[in-house]
Write a protein that binds this ligand. Structure first.
Ligand code: ARG
Length: 458
């Protein structure tokens, strides 16, 4: 197989070395960008008077034919050609003959590969943003469907206070909104075209880099040819952004797994996302959600892999950089799958209101409300904390409940108490009396729900 660089070599390469260095098996997913880049580059070469129109148009026509085949999945890759660039170059030569030899004028695979990786990144990160949007919509719909439900919330996984389920769900929506911001930010920084940087120093041919940048959809050409061919920051950023998304999702997965246990029974995960046990006939296991949580490990390790790959790498292009692809491709594939599955989870998740209602009867969820009742009557925070702490302790010790205490008993703890304090001992009033911006107050949550609905459907 003829190599693009074969002429200088006085003997063929080792068979295992060939196999070891071939990248076609994974870089073929860049084939469509290779054609687009070739077409834009050739149009520029014609406009700059570097190659003649006739040859240039032949190249463009040939590349369009190849791109059409790739799109239909009908392009036959030659497994003996080391990478995607060699494949397209050879296919072009087969179709148009001699003029194909001019395609690679004023171009190197070093600037080419990073251009294609940036194109891939920009497109896929935008796809991930759409997937996050879809997931946010599913979560908001789920929140709307269960708008009245008040659930227990935890700190240290110990019963803390009650909140609206919708408020809880919107916390997830906020997390994902930050994720989208990070992805957008990464897209913006990736939006500079390295094409025309050549191997590392640029070229003596009168190319017009702004033309290829524009026709490939980049905001502008990169500023420094050395940085252009060696920079892979955008891959690190993309992998970091995806790792953070996975981290968020793994936390949500954990909430759902806990809520779906028989001990909690707050939700039912749809059967289509569960599996059974080969030995225990009663089981309905949340395997898919567990695997989603588990795959986060892969997203972290891919980030780590690229950071280690780049560490201490000398300027400029080094073949190590070929190994940037698999971690990125794998993380992109996985995060998209995870986001779709997460949407399906919320679309089919059922709330078990009975168990939730039974649980939020627990008076300990309202101790802060009782404290604030006293504070509103002029008692200091410190004193109020001590008073309520004492009531809780004595009720727990005696198996009693605050609701059972008489006025006199209440007043023995603090003269500020009246019977109306008992109105606080229910979940609905607990959320209603919250007033602060961003709190679980139903009117405020309703406003947030409306806001998100219009943002996400707008
Ligand atoms: N396959 C290489 C990569 O993915 C691009 C080719 C550049 N190779 C070279 N020997 N200069 O980074």
């Amino acid at each position: 197989m003829k190599k693009l660089w074969g002429a200088r070599f006085n003997k063929g390469t080792d068979e295992l070395a060939d196999k070891f260095s071939f990248s076609l098996s994974y870089d073929k997913r860049l084939a469509k960008y290779d054609c687009q880049t070739g077409i834009a580059h050739t149009q520029m070469l014609i406009k700059s008077g570097i190659i003649n129109k006739k040859d240039g148009n032949e190249i463009i026509k040939g590349l369009k034919t190849i791109a059409g085949k790739i799109q239909k999945g009908a392009f036959k890759f030659d497994s003996k050609a080391e990478d995607v660039h060699t494949n397209i170059q050879q296919a072009l030569k087969k179709i148009i003959g001699e003029p194909a030899d001019k395609l690679h004028t004023a171009r190197s695979r070093n600037d080419l590969i990073v251009t294609e990786m940036k194109m891939y990144c920009k497109e896929e990160l935008a796809n991930i943003i759409s997937h996050i949007n879809a997931l946010q919509r599913s979560i908001v719909r789920f929140a709307y469907d269960n708008k009245q439900t008040v659930i227990p919330a935890y700190t240290h996984l110990q019963a803390a206070q009650v909140v609206l389920l919708a408020h809880f769900m919107l916390a997830y929506v906020e997390m994902f909104e930050r994720d989208k911001g990070r992805l957008l930010d990464c897209i913006l920084r990736t939006d500079e075209s390295p094409l025309g940087s050549g191997a590392l120093s640029g070229t003596s041919l009168p190319i017009k880099r702004e033309l290829t940048a524009e026709s490939l959809g980049f905001y502008k050409p990169t500023e420094n040819s050395i940085d252009s061919v060696s920079d892979r920051d955008f891959i690190v950023e993309a992998l970091a952004d995806m790792a953070i998304i996975a981290m968020h999702i793994s936390r949500i997965a954990e909430d759902i797994i806990i809520w779906a246990t028989a001990e909690f029974r707050y939700v039912d995960i749809d059967w289509s996302l569960c599996t059974g046990s080969s030995i225990m006939p009663h089981k309905k296991n949340p395997d898919i959600v567990e695997l989603i949580r588990g795959e986060t490990a892969k997203l972290y390790s891919n980030l780590n892999e690229i950071l280690v790959l780049l560490k201490g790498l000398p300027m400029t292009y080094n073949r190590d950089l070929q190994l940037d692809k698999l971690p990125l491709f794998e993380s992109v594939d996985k995060i998209k799958e995870i986001l779709v599955l997460m949407s399906k989870l919320f679309e089919s998740l059922k709330v078990n209101k009975k168990s939730i209602d039974a649980r939020v009867k627990d008076e300990t969820f309202f101790t802060v409300d009782i404290m604030e009742y006293l504070i509103k009557k002029g008692v200091s925070y410190r004193k109020a904390h001590d008073i309520v702490g004492k009531i809780v302790k004595e009720c727990l010790d005696e198996g009693n409940s605050i609701n059972n205490l008489s006025v006199n008993q209440l007043k023995s703890y603090a003269k500020e108490f009246d019977l109306d304090v008992k109105k606080l001992l229910n979940p609905e009033s607990s959320v209603k009396i919250k007033k602060s911006y961003g709190s679980t107050n139903p009117a405020l949550v309703e406003k947030q729900l409306k806001k998100w609905k219009s943002i996400l459907n707008g």
